[in-house]
Ligand binder design. Sequence first.
Ligand code: NBG
Length: 783
Amino acid sequence: MKDAIGRHLSYSIGKTPGAATLRDWRMAVSLAIRDRMADAWFASTRRTYEAGAKRVYYLSMEFLVGRLLEDGIVNLRLEERVSDALAELGQDYAEVIADEPDAALGNGGLGRLAACYLESMSTLGCPAYGYGIRYEHGLFRQQIVDGRQVERPETWLQQPHAWEFERPESRYEIGFGGSVRDGTVWTPGESVWAEAFDTPVAGWNGRWVNTLRLWSAKPTEPFDLDRFNRGEYAAAAESEALARTISRVLYPDDTTEQGKELRLKQEYFFSAASIRDILRRFESQFSDLRQLPEKVAIQLNDTHPAIAGPELVRLLCDEKGLDFDEAMQIAQGTLNYTNHTLLPEALEHWPEGLFGRLLPRHLAIIDRIDHAHAKANPSRSSSVRDHGQVKMGELSFIMANRVNGVSALHTELMKSTVFAELHRLHPERIVNQTNGVTPRRWLLSCNRRLSTLIEERLGLGWVDDLEQLHDLEPHLDDPAFLDAYAAAKTANKADLADWMNRTQEGLTADPAMMFDVQIKRIHEYKRQHLNILETIALWQSMRDAPNAGWTPRLKLFAGKAAPGYVFAKEIIHLINAVAKVVNADKITNKLLQVAFLPNYNVSLAEKLIPAADLSEQISTAGKEASGTGNMKFALNGALTIGTLDGANVEIRDRVGAENFFLFGMTTDEVDQRRAIPDHAARAVEADTRLARALAAVRDGRFSPEDPGLFRGIADNISGPDYFLVASDFADYWRAQREVDGAFANAGDWTRRAALNTARSGWFSSDRAIRGYLDDIWGAKTLL
Ligand code: NBG
């Protein structure tokens, strides 16, 4: 290992050890690790070809992979060797690991899920490709300036990226606009190259390696020399700049349709390139396109790649000469669609005008698909084209062999709401696959203390068979085990506290406090404002009676708000304003501290989750499709305070109701309550604590220099309050006090935390991928 690192430092990076920077060392180590993946990578491809196996293609606008070096080292089981080698070379392992920028090619849960699924497909030996976009700028970097979110561009590709292989020979010309002749001959008005960059994805033990193939946009006409020679430098590079725009940025919003032409171009760009690549690979091995459903399963991760359906039909008809019905049958047998949200604003639809201008042939194909479906299902009343919009959810459903939701509750709600009619027509199509998370990253590697303890008791079999964690339960009767479990948590908390106290102004976190954590995108439905309101009420009550035996708490928040989402940004501002006042209050600051940690990303999650005591999963019931953070917390021994929403329901079933703090209205109750016109005002009137906390927000207690600053938030909560913060407040407060009581009994708390770990094995992404393999893809693993 030492030699390999040294060789790369000299011959790939071109530096001597004396001159090498931390980045040079990190690059050299990464290349050495990447080398170790190569043979298994080639072997995986060879075995897939030899077996004539069915391949899975996971099409996703987002892959939130985070750092890759430690992941690679852990999965190849090279940790000791790398840290020894680095020590001999005078370098610090942890520093080298921490030098890697997060690849933030995703917004949140949807993107991180895609990354976990890729890793699990490799662990299981399922022949698979991930297909996405190689964004030059991932999700923005969040700074907090005077309490407010400020967005800065993310520049992860400004430094060389160690993991990818550029494949200039794998490129496709992707057209847009233009016209259609004779009904079927599309002549695009402009085009760009989609060029492939491959990243190997190694599974546990490095036994199988799949590929993440990301497309980068390149100009078809690189550069206008005539214009350059005339001195028109900017104009000469125009076509290049335009082309590159397509893979320049990740749209910083996963819950609202951007309505941008560029966004639709991005979607078509990566879907079309992927479909062509899939067909090319298929045809290199098989001759009869009718075999496609037998050999290929394509998963559409939400509707962003929905245009892959019409594109596949177009290629089969217009370029391969199949008739429409046959093409449809092949496409439907191959495609599947995962729905990740029921929020109406997030269901993608495009104006027909824009769609027809950009993709004229596809619009005609969509009509044909829709007519064929309507003809076969005369009772259908809806259609893909509606009120001048092309609805991508409807299109995806019609084009798919299987449609799945991401938690049991969400799947049932899909059946009864957005897809009610299509479900009635195709009752076998919707299936559930509750989300999962990879235990390699989210326990083994992010929580060394706990995973070492588990290894001492159970060995390492649980790492790729997470339900083995059940075998911890007998150890819960052993006081030594519980002590060690508690000690691991406390040490994780101490590490985090050290780091936060160094980096967060005004914060004095003490590991003896309860670490209460809410980390996720900032969104009204996730109700960070419910949490901060309860924090305010708690602070007020503590001031009233500082000696009433309160359980000391640290309330931690982190998450990004979409730049255009004004209300969410105000919530961030309010949290920071509350933190400033509360942390400085001499009466309470040993009892309550608040912090908003900037720039939430995968790496920060890896720091926070192992140190959490309490996991906040408090969305308005019916709104959080699944959640995956909730699973990571439970696995790492945080107890959940949560509503009956998304996968919380299944977590509670598994860890046991007595180890979960439930509060709030159910989905049905939410709908009923919302129908009462003055529901919020009534709730405020009925609860003096809530009224007092809202008054403090409204009257400028946290913004003395600008007393009206947060009035909008207070008015919303006591007025329209669509997400029912006021109505759920009293029960949330009750549950939080129950949490206080439980935490005060340290021994019992540890037991319950350990039970959460022992009973969360089902939430492994390996289980989820097995479900996809069996129920959706009909594919087999080759290990
Ligand atoms: C998100 C949901 C989460 C869910 C993830 C992964 C989108 C559109 N949806 O609840 O909000 O856990 O998808 O399925 O990002």
